[in-house]
Design a binder for this molecule. Structure first.
Ligand SMILES: Cc1ncc(C[n+]2csc(CCOP(=O)(O)OP(=O)(O)O)c2C)c(N)n1
Length: 494
């Protein structure tokens, strides 16, 4: 049966799938061997977030199973997020029976068109002979940098047939993003010709594990380092005297921070991911950007070099000359949660932290600092991502701590049901400031549209996830972190 062969292929990438099936996926489930795990999510989108978390832990293809038109459309926010996060996912959606698609029965949808804007590619198998080839193609596409989600729609009747085409099913796909040595030299010569150069680094440093090469380059060059705005992973974990902080959320503020430098070198990140685009970024300044991501590079007006940032840094360190260090730190206003987060310092040695506390992003980073592979958020500005992603990470054997606002919590707390069912080392810290504090702050509105009052600890408890509310934050954090059990603590702040 084709269904069995599908799992033979998938098991070359992983041993698991995250999903939420319906009638059109039941034939797909029939082919699943015992050894292949299926993690049930109680919402379609959550399954996509879980697969991203699995990828963050394992650096392997995350596989998702979604239910035809209702499930795929319900998951769009999460798929768009995975696309912007550059996470490699294979999304397998069931489709109605291949014989009657033109009748547009219930659950039918034009799945390939639906997924197209949010994926690197989307395909539908027309016959049983196409399925394996399409899954191979989609996996290779997802795993080609920049990574991203790819969707394959499989009409439910095909899974139960026998494919007649004899496929080579062993997948080998190796992509090297080599840097041109002459180009690296050209960039470093430009850096050497300026006295005041700032380095802006981003999430690709963590993706490519280029932290050591970056630190070497920074020390040899004596250069100040800034984190890209809204970095989704640790962009730096080197000698902290060179680290000047995270660039702000507004482009005008970024311009202000970087105005003293005559050249800015951006490595492995983006200056375009600002929340408030209120000015043209670095207008008239000499900017050079190194990224593995041709989609990112093509959006920028300055000089861009598409290559592997780790290899770039390795080669660049040979040629960089020492500059007189000129650094201006990014200023940050104190936050009411500083004392809470200071209690957490050192926690990132034990847990990967999943951050979704919109008002307190800077405060969290100021207290925890950056350590490689230990701080994750998403690049889309999407709330509801952190709990599913943390569970995906924990389901693969990682230890995850979610720091989340009460508003964000309400988007996807159903993932806690999966956590208590399947286990995994996972902690949740909810900062409850009675609704959407960030939106209240930016707008100045006191309207209660922005102040939904909820009790996250009660919702978590209803799924059997151990949860408590504390007034005393020290006692709350002590209870949360005193053991390895899955726990949620809710702290109310005014
Ligand atoms: C999917 C999605 N819907 C809506 C928003 C808009 N939004 C941004 S922040 C926010 C409120 C989040 O509340 P909370 O988690 O309590 O954080 P706080 O604002 O209080 O820091 C909302 C609704 C979003 N970013 N993503």
């Amino acid at each position: 049966m084709l269904g069995n062969k599908v799992y033979e292929l998938l098991s070359q990438f992983t041993d698991r799938i995250y999903g939420n099936p319906g009638t059109t996926e039941l034939s797909f489930l029939k082919g699943k061997p015992e050894s292949f795990k299926y993690f049930l999510a109680l919402h379609d989108g959550i399954a996509v977030g879980m697969a991203e978390g699995y990828y963050l832990k394992e650096s392997k293809l995350g596989i998702v199973n979604l239910h035809a038109s209702p499930g795929l459309s319900n998951a769009m926010g999460f798929i768009n997020t995975a696309f912007l996060d550059r996470s490699p996912l294979l999304i397998i959606a069931g489709q109605q029976s291949s014989k009657f698609l033109n009748d547009e029965p219930r659950l039918y949808g034009d799945l390939t068109s639906m997924a197209k804007p949010f994926t690197k590619g989307s395909f539908e198998a027309k016959s049983e002979d196409e399925v394996i080839r399409l899954l191979m193609r989609a996996s290779k596409l997802a795993l080609t940098p920049p990574y991203g989600p790819v969707m394959v729609s499989i009409p439910e009747d095909l899974q139960l047939k026998e494919a007649t085409r004899d496929e080579r099913r062993k997948v080998k796909h190796d992509v090297s993003l080599c840097c041109n040595e002459e180009s690296v030299k050209e960039v470093v010569e430009r850096v050497n010709s300026h006295e005041r150069v700032a380095l802006v680094v981003g999430y690709e440093i963590d993706v490519f594990n280029a932290h050591d090469e970056l630190n070497d380059f920074v020390i040899k060059g004596g250069l100040p380092v800034y984190a890209e705005p809204f970095s989704s992973r640790a962009p730096y974990s080197g000698d902290s005297k060179f680290f000047m902080g995270d660039l702000p959320r507004r482009s005008s503020e970024i311009n202000n921070v970087l105005k003293e430098y005559s050249m800015v070198l951006v490595i492995g990140g983006s200056l375009g991911n600002v929340l408030f685009p209120d000015d043209e970024i670095l207008k008239g300044k000499e900017v050079v950007q190194i990224t593995q991501d041709w989609m990112e590079a093509s959006k920028r007006p300055w000089d861009t070099f598409v290559c592997n940032p780790k290899q770039f840094l390795k080669l660049a360190s040979i040629h960089i000359s020492q500059h007189k260090f000129v650094g201006k730190k990014v200023e940050r206003k104190p936050s009411p949660v500083d004392k809470i987060f200071q209690e957490l310092s050192g926690v990132s040695q034990r847990y990967a932290v999943f951050d979704e506390a919109p008002s307190y992003r800077e405060a969290l980073r100021a207290s925890l600092g950056y350590r490689r592979n230990s701080l994750f958020s998403n690049r889309a500005g999407f709330i509801g991502w952190a709990i599913p992603a943390a569970f995906g990470y924990a389901s693969a054997g990682g230890s995850a701590l979610v720091v989340i606002g009460d508003g964000s919590f309400n988007y996807s707390f159903q993932a806690l049901w999966s956590a208590q069912k399947y286990g995994g080392r996972m902690k949740v810290l909810v900062i409850n400031n009675s609704g959407y504090n960030s939106l209240r702050g930016w707008s100045g509105l006191k309207d209660d549209i922005l102040s939904p009052e909820t009790s996250p600890w009660k919702l978590a408890s209803s799924y059997g996830f151990e949860a408590k509310e504390f007034d005393d934050y020290k006692r709350g954090l002590e209870w949360l972190l005193s053991d390895d059990a899955q726990k949620l603590v809710e702290l109310r702040i005014n």
